[in-house]
Every structure is written in C-alpha cells, then in structure tokens.
Design a protein. Structure first.
Length: 94
C-alpha cells in the first residue's frame, strides 16, 4: 500500500488500509475512473468503481481495491500497477 500512499495527492486519498481487506481511493472529479479501471485490468488488477456499491447517488468518487487473501508481493505489484494507471490518467487530463 506504500505505492498508493506515494501517488500524487491531487489524484487520490487512500482510506481504509487499517481494515486489512480493502482500500478506497478517493478520486478528484476530473479523473476518468473507467479508464483507470480498464488500464489496471489490462495489467491484471481488478478494482471497482465505488459508485457500484451505493443504492443512491454516491457522495464521492473513487475506486475500491480489495487485497484480502493476497500475498504482500501481489499487493505491492497491484498497487504499483494501479499507481501507473492513475499517473497516466492524471497526465492525460492536464
């Protein structure tokens, strides 16, 4: 999860790491969540739009990333892939 914490602060905030099963990455309104999810999935990382977990209109935007049951090396690799997708999206939207 260190890679996620080191990502650009204007792109996301990491919440929930202390729970041990998943994290929520809060994203700025300008971020294309669908693109990030597609790019990450192309490299083997499955994450989900948190909007899918709301019954009504979400009160914020972000990505849910589960890591329960994964080995530390898998978590580190997945976090690095997700950070790469986030940085690519951030650089293309500016």
């Amino acid at each position: 999860m260190d890679a996620l914490a080191a990502s650009p602060q204007d792109v996301l905030r990491v919440r929930g790491a202390e729970a041990g099963l998943h994290v929520v990455l809060d994203l700025a309104a300008s971020v294309d969540i669908d693109r990030i999810l597609r790019d990450a999935a192309a490299d083997g990382v499955v994450a989900e739009d948190i909007a899918d977990y709301y019954l009504g209109e979400p009160d914020h935007r972000g990505i849910l990333l589960g890591y329960g049951g994964l080995e530390p090396a898998q978590i580190a690799m997945g976090a690095a892939i997700l950070v790469r997708a986030l940085r690519a999206e951030a650089s293309s939207s500016h």
